[in-house]
Write a protein that binds this ligand. Structure first.
Ligand SMILES: C[S@@+](CC[C@H](N)C(=O)[O-])C[C@H]1O[C@@H](n2cnc3c(N)ncnc32)[C@H](O)[C@@H]1O
Length: 317
């Protein structure tokens, strides 16, 4: 373990972050990550209008504040988390507790009514639910999850929020499903399994138990395979969003760089993320220089509300 003013982090983690972001930015990120974060939620669109959801949260005794730049997302202070998650609005499925960074990933994918969307790493289904709301009744969402317990949790979650009949759920390895659906989807979300560095909290061993440089390398390998599968499932001209909740450049930029080298003509499109603290994808890491297109990816830096995140939007030629 490595001690900083915010507490103890896993050995090697804080040093790597300082090398990736620079010492000042890394220290700010660690301080934000260590502090209790505000809790964000949105109206669960198949169950409630934003007005009805807000009214229900207010009857639970809470006074939510809107998140600037993200329509339909509000927050309450960290101390009110229990009241929000155990209140009537949550129990009746009128709201969905979701970090703004997760909402931003779906906004970056920008699914339209009537489209076919594939969510390749879907449980517990927070982004799947928002995708279902966006494509509407004429659209189609397929959600793939490889871990059985998480798959069942996702199904229950979708049912509670009125999306059971709107999403086709598959308990399957996302690296393999493309064989049956090659070129079929308008949009694909790869919200990849990752080393989850942005969720590490000092003093909470459960959040860092699985972290190690080896884990980072293992996750990068998984992500490459899932992205290959995601691209194959996409129709020509279709859009894929790749995102993680980790800082490690071996995942994120290095994976994106690898994908670009294998797919000439694959475009990285600019995305606007309304978080207060963002930075472009890294231009280099250790001995590797990345292609310029990689800097069109966005890193969201934690600020006490927005969770640390990496996302990029790709268009298949
Ligand atoms: C970051 S989480 C997804 C969170 C989810 N998109 C949400 O917003 O609620 C990544 C998920 O991918 C799943 N996963 C890991 N490997 C997979 C694979 N080969 N195929 C499909 N899912 C996989 C993990 O079990 C985990 O549930």
């Amino acid at each position: 373990m490595h001690a900083t003013p915010e507490g103890s982090w896993p050995e090697g983690f804080a040093e790597r972050l300082a090398r990736a972001l620079g010492p000042e930015e890394a220290a700010r990120a660690l301080a934000a990550q260590a502090a209790p974060a505000r809790v964000a939620f949105r109206a669960s669109g198949l169950r409630a209008t934003p007005e009805a959801a807000l009214a229900a949260v207010r009857t639970d005794g809470l006074e939510p504040e809107p998140v600037a730049g993200l329509e339909g997302v509000w927050t309450v202070p960290a101390a009110d988390r229990g009241r929000l998650t155990h209140g009537r609005a949550a129990a009746e499925g009128l709201i969905y507790v979701q970090n703004p960074s997760s909402v931003a990933a779906v906004e970056a994918l920008d699914p339209r009514p009537g489209e076919a969307v594939l969510d390749l790493c879907a449980a517990p289904g927070g982004k799947t639910l928002l995708l279902a709301e966006r494509v509407g009744e004429r659209g189609e969402v397929s959600a793939v999850e490889a871990v059985r317990a998480r798959f069942h949790r996702m199904r229950a979650n979708l049912a509670r929020h009125g999306a059971a009949g709107r999403v086709r759920c598959f308990l399957a390895d996302g690296t393999r499903v493309w064989r049956r659906v090659e070129g079929r989807f308008d949009r694909v979300l790869v919200d990849a399994p990752c080393s989850a560095e942005a969720r590490i909290r000092p003093g909470d061993a459960a959040t860092s138990r699985h972290w190690s440089p080896r884990k980072v390398a293992e996750m990068a390998r998984k992500q490459r395979r899932l992205l290959e599968a995601g691209l194959r499932s996409l129709r020509p001209g279709g859009v894929l969003v790749y995102c993680t909740c980790t800082y490690a450049p071996e995942e994120n930029e290095a994976v994106l760089s690898w994908l670009l080298a294998r797919h000439p003509g694959l475009e990285v499109e600019a995305v606007r993320v309304p978080a207060p603290r963002t930075r472009p994808g890294l231009a280099a890491w250790e001995d590797n220089t990345f292609p310029e297109a990689v800097t069109r990816a966005v890193r969201i830096l934690p600020d006490g509300l927005w969770e640390g995140f990496f996302l990029c939007r790709l268009r298949r030629p």
